[in-house]
Design a protein around this ligand. Structure first.
Ligand SMILES: [Fe+2]
Ligand SMILES: [Fe+2]
Length: 339
């Protein structure tokens, strides 16, 4: 039993609430006010969201302590500042990991990781091409470290599927769409290649990001990035397959190796979105559009779901520069506005 139980969550904080609860520090920085006095800007989080906070007194005392990934016990008062929630901290104490229940601080999706992983393996089992199938198997069935990371990784630092297991949710969702599209277009598409594109397009993210507590980029992620990291993994795994006697009917065909790598490298679609190559085959084009579609659907669905404005319209979505209509599923538990 953790000694600092979580009873107050970011999502429920109201204006003028007294705060007394543990949080995880997502960000901290010292700034100075107009009189030159230092204060600390902090972003606190738990599994329900993030909230800005300020330490006005003795800010310098906390430098090096109130840092990203630290668990802290915060006392203070919640207020509305320029339309946003903010906690004015009166007391803050650093906690050890064994004093809290770490699960309460990291956002999770609603779907079960083991369940999603067996769905992923179901798509692998449905593959026919012996080379493509062996490549999917050596990654998802033979590599326990990859399996563990795939079950935990978010798909992004923010924007879409930015929660624990978000990457796997994204990959399984895309795989289902790709399988349907392959039925729809029939002989014009290679179903197994398409599935590999869905499986591997973002696989580099399991090493591009750290996600034990807060999500951030690794040094490898900053210097290399998930497209090239995915290609490197494919290269390594194909070499491993080729080195195992009897695993493949013949050496892994060169053209297939290039096509799998191309799908990863082209999935951002445009040079200015970080793809070194634009899609040059139908499968690459489709993986790019479906990846884009799935990430936008997830981002907008979450935005609508989390919107607190009364009535049928959300607040302004800065990323998409528009207000969204809230359908019935988003209205549950909301008060009808006085009109
Ligand atoms: Fe990507
Ligand atoms: Fe993606």
């Amino acid at each position: 039993m953790s000694s600092f139980a979580k009873s107050q969550f970011v999502k429920d904080l109201k204006d003028k609430d007294n705060v007394g609860s543990p949080f995880l520090v997502k960000f901290s920085a010292v700034a100075t006010d107009k009189n030159g006095k230092p204060y600390m800007n902090v972003v606190l989080m738990d599994r329900t969201g993030e909230v800005e906070a300020r330490i006005w007194e003795d800010a310098n005392k906390y430098v090096g302590q109130v840092v990203r990934d630290a668990f802290v016990y915060v006392e203070g008062r919640s207020q509305s500042y320029q339309g946003r929630k903010q906690i004015v901290i009166s007391k803050i104490q650093i906690l050890r990991e064994d004093q809290v229940d770490p699960k309460q601080f990291v956002a999770e999706g609603t779907l079960d990781a083991e369940d999603l992983y067996s769905q992923l393996l179901g798509f692998v089992d449905s593959m026919k091409d012996p080379y493509y199938k062996a490549l999917a198997e050596i990654v998802f069935k033979d590599d326990a470290d990859i399996a563990d990371r795939v079950k935990r990784a978010p798909a992004a630092k923010s924007v879409h599927h930015a929660y624990k297991t978000g990457l796997l949710e994204h990959v399984v969702s895309i795989s289902g769409i790709l399988a349907n599209l392959s039925d729809h277009y029939g002989k014009y598409l290679d179903r197994d290649l398409l599935l590999l594109g869905g499986f591997f397009h973002d696989i580099g993210k399991i090493w591009e990001l750290t996600y034990d507590r807060t999500v951030d980029y690794t040094t490898e992620g900053k210097l290399i990035g998930h497209l090239v990291m995915g290609v490197e993994m494919v290269e390594k795994k194909i070499n491993l397959l080729d080195a195992q006697p009897g695993r493949l009917p013949a050496p892994f065909p060169e053209e297939k190796r290039l096509l799998v790598k191309h799908l990863i490298l082209a999935h951002h679609g445009l040079l200015e979105y970080g793809s070194p190559k634009r899609p040059k085959c139908l499968e690459a084009l489709i993986v790019h559009y479906i990846d884009d579609l799935d990430s936008k659907v997830n981002a907008i669905k979450n935005f609508i779901e989390q919107d607190q404005n009364p009535g049928r319209w959300t607040g302004l979505n800065k990323m998409y520069e528009r207000f969204f209509f809230k359908p019935d599923w988003a209205m549950e538990g909301q008060k009808t506005p006085q009109e």
